[in-house]
Design a protein around this ligand. Sequence first.
Ligand code: ADP
Ligand code: ZN
Length: 214
Amino acid sequence: MNLILLGPPGAGKGTQAEQISAKYGIVQLSTGEMLRAAVKAGSEVGLKAKAIIESGGLVSDETVVGIISERIDQPDCAKGFILDGFPRTLPQAAALETLLGSKGKTLDAVIEIKVDDEALVERITGRFSCAKCGAGYHDKYKTPSKEGVCDKCGSTEFSRRADDNEETVRNRLMAYYRETAPLIGYYFAKDRLKSVDGMADIDDVKRQINAILG
Ligand code: ADP
Ligand code: ZN
């Protein structure tokens, strides 16, 4: 099963991708995480992407399409994958279609997580994740059951993304509305789009998505 999760930054794509991945045994592919890993590793891609990511802009279509194309050839993607944060532009969506076609793969669903703009800034500025396993948390909406200890792996180290500050969030939202929001119309017109109410609590959104996936 191959899926796309669509929605603005902070909508809950990563949160839901985590649960879908656990339930269906398919891989979560976040281009954001891949790029942040490249920045950390100081690779060629990372060096190019660093300043763009830190300002809230979008890395070039060519770069992310290349990363995804290589990644979905890996054996762990054979059962399926969830694209979280990709495609982010219409050219990327077109490139994805060509790419999947050439690899004999199909897209099974595109799920839009709809959230009010006012909620996004609060969701993003309050989020953090486990430094060891990457599990996502929120100061208000998803705290670890034992304070300071990751539910998943027991680690006591957490981190916050450098670009999760209010100023960068506004730039990221602007990039979303300029470049990514048109994808909702694009997939709707292709009769691919399913939408869920992302204002509901995390478990409810999860139920809505699982009802679509069956
Ligand atoms: P995205 O991957 O779309 O940028 P995240 O999954 O990181 O978004 O979610 C942003 C923050 O909001 C996280 O801290 C997450 O715990 C929290 N969050 C996600 N979904 C919900 C929800 N339905 N209600 C409240 N908070 C949520
Ligand atoms: Zn952890």
